[in-house]
Ligand binder design. Structure first.
Ligand code: HEM
Length: 387
């Protein structure tokens, strides 16, 4: 077994020599659970290549723009629900994953026959979804008598990978969804670092104003929110030692022999704390990514949280976009504060992160207050319009 502790070593082996490190060790437990056909656990081979290329095509930066209206709408729904029942904020956020329209994409993957899905498609009530595009292609080929590269089982497997990764069961079975966990850590940091919150809000006010809610169209002009989201996954990578790769052939790196079949972990946590790369790494500081010529520290974004090489997370752009729009919407409309004790002083909470293959914060008490009546009205109107 090899553990890569620096980004440089991970780049050298998993990226540059990626062809050799694209296999996965066998996850016996997941095979037993029937997830063996999902991309995350597929060993290298023709089936892996097929699934990987289908998933990659469905989730490129361009392809995911199809999901924007759904993501914007859901972010607004979630923030609006949080403001209605602030004490159940984590429940409202978690519901994101189960929202009606994603629910469609997720639920049907493993059991609903193609004919039922096609019915919805024909009726024109379909929402953009990854499974849909694969199934449509499948049906088109079938109609035209063109042989299908994919079997229906493959489509189910590929779509199942989307579900399983979105719901974080791909590393262990405690199943706190990844996007939810990332958003929780972002919220935690907004509560703990009011100066970062103030900076983010000032950027939104400057670019968006207070007469409307932020949208993805604003994203190129809201770089601080991007840095904030990036800083969340550097500060607390959810998979601190990634998901292991496996080598296909013998290799030599820096004079060290790495035999074929070696399991390779990448220590994202160590990379995130590398003092040669990040100044004061424990500090949550989105400014660290601002280019030097603009007065920031010009530190590089950490790539490890989403893995490396030919196994890099296919959902990374989608996941980052979801967190981005939720945080932009929250910061624009909602004050995020520490709870106050009977003595009138803010309560300092001990934040415990779980350890193991994935790392998540436990339950947090956070106070959410609407920023203004106008902000509340904007949210209410947006939510009503969408219904
Ligand atoms: C914040 C949310 C997420 C995080 C932190 C995350 C992280 C990761 C990591 C660390 C890997 C392993 C990469 C490697 O082996 O080098 C991975 C793989 C994967 N992720 Fe994600 N992920 C997230 C969300 C998603 C979403 C939303 C999807 C689906 C759209 C997704 C789909 C996948 C798939 C299919 C793989 C397996 C790729 C392969 O084995 O070839 N992920 N993810």
């Amino acid at each position: 077994m090899v553990v890569l502790n620096t980004q440089k070593a991970a780049n050298e082996l998993l990226d540059k020599r990626g062809a050799n490190y694209q296999d996965r060790p066998r996850f016996v437990l997941f095979d037993v659970m029937g997830w063996g056909l999902t991309l995350t656990f597929l060993p290298y081979g023709p089936r892996f290549r097929l699934h990987r290329s289908a998933l990659q095509t469905g989730f490129t930066k361009t392809a995911i723009t199809n999901y924007r209206p759904i993501q914007e709408d859901e972010a607004r729904q979630a923030v609006s629900r949080i403001l209605k029942r602030p004490e159940a904020w984590d429940f409202s956020l978690r519901r994101l994953q189960h929202a009606r329209r994603w629910g469609w994409a997720i639920k049907n993957l493993h059991d609903i026959p193609f004919s039922a899905i096609k019915k919805e498609f024909d009726a024109g009530t379909a929402n953009p979804s990854f499974a849909y595009s694969l199934l449509t292609k499948y049906k088109e080929n079938e109609d035209e008598g063109v042989p299908n590269e994919f079997t229906l089982q493959d489509i189910q497997g590929a779509s199942g990978a989307v579900f399983i990764a979105g719901s974080n069961t791909f590393t262990r079975a405690d199943s706190v969804p990844q996007t939810f966990a990332t958003t929780t850590i972002a919220i935690l940091n907004m509560m703990l670092n009011p100066e970062v919150f103030a900076k983010a809000r000032a950027e939104i006010d400057r670019v968006v104003g207070t007469e409307r809610l932020p949208t993805f169209q604003d994203r190129p002009n809201l770089r601080y929110i991007d840095y904030l989201v990036e800083e969340v996954s550097r500060w607390r990578p959810l998979s601190p030692i990634g998901i292991p790769h496996k080598s296909l052939e013998d290799d030599v790196y820096n004079g060290m022999f790495i035999p074929k079949g070696t399991v390779v972990y990448y220590n994202t946590f160590a990379m995130s704390r590398d003092l040669n790369v990040y100044k004061d790494p424990e500090k949550f500081n989105p400014d660290r990514y601002i280019p030097k010529e603009e007065g920031g520290d010009g530190e590089p974004l950490l790539v490890g949280p989403f893995g490396f090489g030919r196994r890099v997370c296919v959902g990374r752009h989608l996941a980052q976009a979801s967190v981005w729009i939720i945080m932009a919407t929250l910061i624009a409309t909602t004050d995020i504060l520490k709870p106050v004790g009977p003595d009138g002083k803010p309560i300092e909470q001990t934040i415990q992160f779980s350890t193991g293959l994935s790392s998540h914060p436990g339950k947090l008490d956070v106070v959410f207050k609407p920023r203004s009546e106008k902000a509340e009205r904007l949210l209410a109107e947006a939510v009503k319009d969408a219904q």
